[in-house]
Design a protein around this ligand. Structure first.
Ligand code: ADP
Ligand code: MG
Length: 221
């Protein structure tokens, strides 16, 4: 897949300024987009297999939760702006814990991309706060909302609402998200009403970061 994307990227670059080959340029660009979608699907399928065979390994380290969410939100801004969706974040500082940064990124990328994708271009709001010994992240959209019947099975594999058929996806994102939150001993909850948007609430236990509770590296003597 990497070699394929690389070759297509080279082709796109070579064709970009050849006006007589504008159709070819567009065709190759389309292939590149499809390859990147295929890559995402493959990643989801691989993750599902890892989860089902108990092979998810968390690489935990100190993570600054507001900083991580700011980074993800910044990455989504161009896509949100292109759609005319306002994407905002409010965060309580400081808020650090011992989590797997790449897996947290995956969790919040899934939730924010859904909010943008299904949110009917309405504002999307992210909040990061602390509740006792939990970090709490909410992703709120003002889209169509989710029917109560579908809410019950939304975290299962391959589940997609019948109403969103044209927005391509496998229905694996929320399954993986749920499993990764659970692997962190966290929780994920959905509050949604038809016509009033959806709110996904993730809680993550903050491990004790006080001195002596972190793994200490041995000093060479
Ligand atoms: N914020 C949301 N608003 C409305 N529907 C949603 C939202 N997030 C998820 N859904 C519904 O839940 C389904 C499952 O989501 P997900 O597991 O991320 O799969 P995918 O996005 O690939 O379809 C989506 O197909 C959609 O029907
Ligand atoms: Mg999704």
């Amino acid at each position: 897949m990497t070699a394929l994307s690389l070759q297509l990227q080279l082709l796109v670059r070579a064709l970009k300024f050849r006006s007589e080959l504008a159709n070819s340029y567009q065709g190759v660009q389309l292939c590149l987009n499809q390859v990147s979608k295929l890559n995402e699907l493959l990643d989801d399928l691989l993750d599902m297999t890892r989860i089902r065979t108990g092979q998810v390994v968390l690489n935990k380290t100190v993570v600054d939760l507001p900083e991580l969410l700011h980074e993800i939100v910044n990455r989504f801004q161009p896509e949100a702006q292109a759609l005319g969706t306002s994407l905002t974040i409010t965060a309580e500082n400081p808020l650090s814990g011992i989590w797997d940064p790449l897996r947290l990124e995956q969790i919040f990328t899934n939730l924010i991309s859904n909010a943008i994708k299904y949110g009917n271009r309405q504002p999307v709001e992210i909040s990061v706060s602390r509740r006792g010994s939990q970090g709490v992240v909410t992703v709120q959209d003002h889209g169509p909302g989710i029917e109560p019947e579908f809410q019950k099975k939304i975290f299962r594999r391959f589940e997609r609402a019948p109403s969103c058929g044209h927005l391509g996806g496998l229905g694996l994102g929320l399954y993986i998200t749920h499993q990764l939150v659970q692997a962190h001993q966290g929780t994920i909850r959905l509050r949604s009403e038809i016509g009033r948007g959806s709110q996904f609430i993730v809680t993550l236990p903050i491990a004790d970061l006080s001195e002596g509770s972190l793994p200490v590296q041995k000093q060479a003597s």
